[in-house]
Design a protein around this ligand. Structure first.
Ligand SMILES: Nc1ncnc2c1ncn2[C@@H]1O[C@H](COP(=O)(O)OP(=O)(O)O)[C@@H](O)[C@H]1O
Ligand SMILES: [Mg+2]
Length: 285
């Protein structure tokens, strides 16, 4: 079964789409077969990479089919090994009203990632909107792990502690109905850290606040604030690729490898360069 990672946060603009696209990009470069699901009704991950072969359908069909992904919902991007289920919500709000009326809405994306068509992938990355809504909650329930970016400033850290943690608590109450309803663990990921003592102080504060927490782990990887992330998005290529030549400690090349290693320990210390070419190793997940 593919490993499912959902990017969640009740706050917008924290880097969910950027991180979803770039985790997907580096995993694909390792030779993993990756599918991203754009579960934000305002499509942004769908447009992140050029689409080479556009599928006739997308997220709306997945949801209104009751959580089944058919082949005609999966588009192929220009990045090798990387496919995408595009967000295609129509102005009539069909997708949202459909979700609202279904009792099993929380399980829709969990069913989707288990569809036969999705078993061809090693990893599925789900991007969500920065607001609690049915799509974000169903993405959370589909995930093996959730990754929640936090900007290390006081307002964002507070929003994480209240908004995102409240969502997690609410989802965890479903576990009362049985193991099958348990949501995955949540990894907080410090993103866009500025190079100053205040930002570093807030990061330390966040780490202390969650030390020993049962369901939340703050990842060791810190993503600095760097122009490369926006520039790579403009160039429509993964940021590790964009930043390939600068291999300094804080380069996106290094940062994205460290993130991949932390999420997939079996990749640890392997750089995508080590496995590129025709003999790309099958990476076990
Ligand atoms: N580490 C980073 N350094 C610099 N800019 C970043 C970083 N992460 C994200 N950004 C920028 O911040 C903005 C919001 O990011 P985005 O991924 O769209 O957030 P979200 O999906 O959570 O709303 C984008 O312009 C993106 O390029
Ligand atoms: Mg986004």
């Amino acid at each position: 079964m593919p490993t499912v990672i959902a990017l969640v946060s009740t706050k917008g603009g924290v880097g969910k789409t950027t991180i979803a696209a770039n985790i997907a990009g580096i995993l694909a470069a390792y030779g993993m077969r990756v599918c991203v699901i754009d579960a934000d009704i305002q499509p942004s991950l769908s447009k992140y990479y050029p689409i080479e072969e556009r599928a006739p359908r997308g997220l709306t069909a997945v949801v209104t089919q009751g959580g089944s992904v058919s082949e005609d919902c999966i588009s192929r991007t220009a990045i090798p090994n990387l496919s995408v289920v595009c967000s295609d919500a129509t102005p009539d709000g069909l997708l949202q009203s459909w979700l609202k009326d279904r009792e099993d809405r929380l399980m829709i994306l969990r069913r989707a990632v288990r569809s036969p068509a999705m078993q061809a992938f090693n990893a599925i990355i789900i991007d969500t909107q920065g607001a609690t809504g049915e799509l974000q909650r169903t993405a959370a329930m589909a995930a093996d792990v959730m990754v929640s970016p936090i900007k290390p400033d006081v307002l964002s850290a507070n929003e994480f502690s209240t908004g995102t943690m409240a969502m997690l608590d609410e989802l965890n109450r479903l576990a009362d109905f049985g193991e099958a309803f348990r949501s995955g663990d949540l990894y907080a990921l410090i993103n866009a850290q500025e190079r100053n003592n205040n930002a570093r102080g807030v990061t330390e504060y966040i780490r202390r606040s969650f030390a020993g927490h049962r369901k939340v782990k703050v990842l060791n990887t810190i993503i600095p604030s760097a122009a490369a992330y926006t520039s790579a998005a403009t160039a429509q290529i993964p940021v590790h690729e964009y930043d390939r030549r600068s291999r300094g400690q804080n380069s996106a090349w290094q940062t994205m490898h460290h993130l991949a290693w932390e999420l997939f320990p079996e990749l640890a210390e392997i750089y995508v360069d080590d496995i590129e070419g025709d003999d790309a190793k099958e990476v076990a997940v």
